[in-house]
Design a protein around this ligand. Structure first.
Ligand code: ZN
Length: 649
């Protein structure tokens, strides 16, 4: 094996950790940990041995030196003689052994690393090792696959007792922790890491390939869409959830033993992030009925243990869908994707165990229950920042490549919304997607084309599981007095500024109804809807129609919680393509002001006498998108600096 590089021992520990973290078949999202014992000086200048171990909650793939708190080894090792120590005592004790008191909290598996005499220790939750560790007889499986010098420790939750048991086996080559993972060690970085790779490779060879299930044709787009939005609606009753679909997990969902597979877990990561909340629901099943059964079953387990609602909730976190794959839910896309990935590895490990050994062993209900209420692991989850205002919201913004649409998208994204952006300008759209602080997906195309609108809405559902809001913003300026404007120009304005919005509204309303958690449609109209300008007919007529379209949508959507409102901006110049040179010239002429004074003119004629910015409009749109405006529908909110002639009526 090639040498693990680094300027010093701590750097080499970082390199080794990142090598392990880079392979999702070894560890996932904060799982696993690594350590090195080295010499450091204390405040009196004495050389003492220090354990540098990964901090709780950091991810091996991206760790840096500061993610490895140091603990004085001569204070840790004597703890082994104590006999029994509670989790809370252990954590408090570890806190007092820190080299730097304000460093990251050390891993809950710190004592396991400390009690092993080897200089370097690695711990992973590799899929192939877990496939052995969950065999009906893990001892026999590990002996057969990895040889007699690798020991097995029966399941104990990580902590003091497990650390002592593993330390007793330090004369062996490595240790497999039943239902958990692998511990290796060595005198050099290369030795410990190399042993991990070697044992995982042997386990892989031993368990062999997985039965891929049936290969029935995939469901059509409409069936998938209907299933996803209904599922999202049911899972979002307390708090909005985002769904992540994984079609590669069809191999597990289509198996004859899928119900059994869904009830098994393979690693502590799976327990922590998903718990036992995995269920199987068919595309044609009664969704509400199935979920009701699942949740009643979960409640019964908690009642049996005399506890209230679990920390992680009672709804499924992962749903295996025969014919489709797996769908993971989370309060935002990142959380849903973490669950999707952990489920994929866990399901693969469980399927391998079932195929290779014809059965599997797993924790009993009280062990599982204990894990869900385990404060040491739940601590990791509390490290996440509080959710943003629009976290879990999915919104479409049309005309998002430039100007107002782009400003609105940036604002919604900063508030945590997941976005699907549409525009005919592909380059601008790519740029707009890149500048978003959060997730944004581009759908390029002519929004007067029903097929493009269909693709737009379907993309939102396929990417995030549903839809909460649509900002109907796409538009073009169209000028010309009635005696000279061409029929073609007139039709083009109505087509883009009005009919395309009708088509999108028509596509979205049944979907929101099916989803069952309401929704918000925000129409970006114009001050011109109420106060039109001479020579601006094609545009003003379309915008007046748009306000009326909004009102009809509010009337028809109300009973399903679908709100529809409009914003009426005026005279926003920054970045907007609406204000082409030609339009500017025409408007300046119409108002009798010089071209360069046009912006000032618009600002000065308003009641507030101040310019209106894209940010002002974005703020109003965010309000109408969010639940803050939950009691408002059919309203027009002017964002024009105050134009008396354009007061809503
Ligand atoms: Zn572990």
């Amino acid at each position: 094996m090639t040498a693990i590089e680094g300027a010093n021992e701590l750097d080499r520990l970082v390199s080794r950790s990142r090598l392990i973290g880079a392979d999702p078949a070894l560890v996932l999202h904060g799982g696993g940990n690594t350590s090195t014992k080295l010499l450091e000086r204390d405040q009196l200048g004495r050389e003492r041995r220090v354990l540098r171990i990964k901090g709780s909650g950091s991810d091996l793939a991206t760790v840096t030196a500061s993610d490895f708190p140091g603990l004085w080894l001569d204070e840790l090792v004597p703890l082994r003689e104590r006999g029994v120590i509670s989790d809370e005592e252990m954590i408090a004790y570890l806190g007092r052994c820190l080299v730097e008191p304000d460093s990251a909290r050390p891993s809950i598996e710190t004592l396991l690393h400390a009690f092993l005499p080897a200089t370097h220790v690695d711990h992973v939750h590799a899929d192939a090792i877990c496939a052995l560790a969950n065999a009906p007889d893990p001892h026999a499986a590990v002996r057969a696959a990895l040889g007699p010098d690798v020991a097995v420790v029966d399941y104990v939750r990580p902590g003091f007792e497990l650390s002592c048991r593993v330390a007793e086996l330090s004369d062996r080559r490595a240790v497999v922790l039943a239902h958990h993972g692998l511990v290796t060690w060595g005198d050099t970085h290369e030795e410990s890491y190399g042993l991990t790779l070697e044992l995982v490779r042997l386990a892989d060879l031993f368990v062999g390939p997985i039965d891929p299930g049936s290969a029935a044709p995939a469901p059509d787009g409409a069936t998938t869409e209907r299933f996803l939005v209904r599922l999202r609606g049911l899972l979002s009753r307390d708090r909005r959830q985002v769904l992540a679909v994984d079609r590669t997990q069809r191999a597990f969902a289509d198996r004859g033993d899928v119900e059994r597979l869904a009830r098994m877990r393979s690693t502590p990561d799976h327990m922590l992030r998903i718990g036992v909340e995995t269920c199987v629901i068919g595309l044609d099943d009664d969704l509400a009925g199935k979920l009701g059964e699942f949740e009643a079953e979960r409640r019964a387990v908690f009642e049996r243990h005399g506890r209230g609602e679990p920390e992680l909730g009672r709804s499924p976190k992962v749903v295996l869908v025969p014919g489709l794959g797996a769908v993971a839910a989370g309060p935002d896309r990142r959380a849903a994707e973490v669950r999707r990935e952990i489920a994929r590895h866990s399901h693969a490990a469980v399927a391998a165990t079932l195929d290779r050994f014809g059965g599997a062993s797993w924790l009993d209900e009280s062990d599982v229950f204990g894990f869900e209420y385990w404060p040491l692991e739940l601590y990791k989850l509390t490290l996440a920042p509080p959710p943003a205002e629009l976290a879990g919201h999915v919104a479409i913004v049309t005309g998002a490549a430039s100007g107002l649409g782009r400003e609105i998208a940036r604002d919604l994204s900063a508030r945590g919304a997941h976005l699907v952006l549409a525009d005919i300008d592909g380059d601008g759209l790519e740029e707009a997607c890149r500048e978003q602080p959060g997730d944004a997906i581009a759908v390029e195309g002519d929004l007067t084309d029903g097929a493009v609108l269909d693709r737009l809405v379907h993309t939102a559902v396929a990417s995030f599981g549903g839809l909460d809001a649509v900002v109907l913003n796409a538009g073009v300026a169209a000028t010309g007095s009635l005696d000279t404007v061409t029929e073609q120009e007139w039709r083009r304005s109505l087509e883009i500024n009005l009919t395309s919005h009708f088509l999108l509204t028509r596509r979205v309303i049944p979907l929101l109804r099916e989803q069952g958690i309401g929704g918000s449609l925000v129409f970006v109209a114009s001050k011109n809807a109420f106060a039109p300008g001479a020579g601006f007919g094609p545009y003003s007529v379309a915008k007046a129609g748009l306000v009326q379209l909004m009102r009809i949508a509010a009337l028809e959507g109300g009973k399903d919680g679908i709100r529809a409102n409009a914003v009426n901006p005026d005279a926003i110049f920054g970045g907007s393509k609406l204000w082409s040179e030609e339009v500017r010239r025409e408007r300046a002429e119409a108002h009798g002001v010089p071209l360069e004074a046009l912006e000032e003119f618009y600002a000065s004629r308003s009641l507030l006498g101040r310019p209106v910015t894209g940010e002002d409009v974005a703020e109003a749109v965010a309000f109408l998108v969010s639940d803050r405006s939950r009691a408002t529908t059919g309203a027009v909110l002017p964002v024009d600096g105050g134009v008396a002639a354009a007061f809503p009526r």
